[in-house]
Design a protein around this ligand. Structure first.
Ligand code: SF4
Length: 358
């Protein structure tokens, strides 16, 4: 799809949510704490966004925040009615929502179908019952498995959201969650390493010494591994790290945990650096000028922030100079020494290499 993509975000903060997960301050996360969600609210947002949508834009209306399918059915119908109206008009191409695994059943899915819902993202967070309990999620691993099956059976695009670093979790448990999620064949995934956000129970747990957040390095490490697992299984990871909205920023809202405004970039560049080192291993590149041919979209991942990856590669292999050449092929990376091709690899191989190194 070469069209521009526009998301119309409809924040439904905490409406419909039956409990308080220890890490969640939904009002902070959505940044729209005082919102009353109704048809007028949805209409106003769509009308406002329409002003900046042109014909070349693929538009998605997304119900974020809260637990959409746990909302009172009449209110769901009211909100969905507006979404469907705009989809029927051709203003909106796709409708998506995020919700809890225990707020999915056949009746709810039939309602979503009737109103043109396309994508349902489940906040599965972890597939370890002990972790779910310590996080006060109020649902079990089985709820996530059953909900995923039902969503796929009804023909929706299935999304999984997972949170490495929850209370009681470990690297092993986070990896197990990822592998079990892969076995449920989600179409899209978001990876949100756990942050300790102001005004949540997790802050109290942290201050009492009952919760140890991931360091930034640990979060990058586990996210890189999990992301690579999804990538080699052809599952699209659409986000890594919490969205940096106006109301979540490191200084004011994040008490502890691996917050970084460019978290995904850090994860991508770690994977690319490790894989390229592995590919070049054993080659004599002493005092050479190396040229890397790659699509411009990949160059920042290969180079790293402030050229950190290039500096490391030059140090490790005693390379004199590294330069880039743009390629139209978005999948292929080739490395040359003058005109001699040293190696080439596709994007999938990058992730497989990374996994092989672990
Ligand atoms: S279910 Fe979702 S909205 Fe409700 S408390 Fe948990 S994370 Fe927050």
């Amino acid at each position: 799809m070469n069209k521009k993509m526009k998301i119309i975000p409809i924040f439904v903060p905490h409406v419909g949510c039956p409990n308080d997960c220890v890490f969640c301050n939904q009002k902070k996360i959505t940044g729209k704490g005082t919102v009353v969600a109704n048809s007028k609210y949805v209409t106003e947002i769509v009308e406002e966004c329409r002003k900046t949508i042109d014909e070349d834009t693929y538009t998605e209306l997304a119900f974020f925040g809260g637990s959409f399918t746990a909302i009172d059915l009449r209110l769901q119908e009211e909100l969905l009615g507006v979404a469907k109206h705009y989809k029927d008009m051709g203003v909106v191409d796709r409708i998506r929502c995020s919700t809890r695994p225990d707020a999915i059943n056949t009746e709810i899915l039939e309602l979503q179908k009737k109103y043109g819902m396309d994508i349902i993202e489940l906040g599965i967070q972890s597939l370890d019952d002990e972790v779910l309990k310590l996080s006060n999620r109020g649902h079990t691993r089985n709820d996530s498995i059953n909900a995923s099956k039902l969503i796929k059976k009804h023909g929706f695009t299935l999304g999984h959201q997972i949170m490495p670093g929850l209370p009681g979790s470990s690297r092993e448990k986070d990896i197990k969650t990822c592998l079990e999620s892969i076995s449920m064949k989600p179409d899209i995934v978001r990876i949100y390493p756990t942050l300790t956000i102001k005004d949540t129970e997790l802050v109290n747990m942290y201050e009492r010494g009952n919760y140890k957040p991931l360091t930034l390095e640990e979060a990058i490490d586990i996210s890189a591994f999990i992301y690579s697992q999804y990538a080699v299984n052809n599952i699209n990871v659409i986000r890594i790290g919490l969205q940096n909205t106006e109301s979540i920023n490191e200084e004011e809202d994040v008490v502890a945990g691996p917050f970084h405004p460019a978290f995904r970039q850090l994860v991508e560049e770690k994977i690319y650096l490790s894989s390229i080192i592995q590919k070049l291993k054993g080659m004599n590149l002493n005092d050479r000028h190396i040229i890397i041919t790659a699509n411009y979209k990949l160059i920042s991942f290969i180079a790293g922030q402030k050229k950190s990856n290039l500096i490391k590669l030059m140090e490790i292999f005693l390379i004199r100079k590294i330069s880039f050449k743009n390629s139209l092929n978005e999948q292929l990376i080739e490395i040359y020494d003058k005109n001699n091709k040293l190696c080439s690899f596709d994007k999938k191989e990058i992730f497989q290499n990374y996994l092989n190194l672990q």
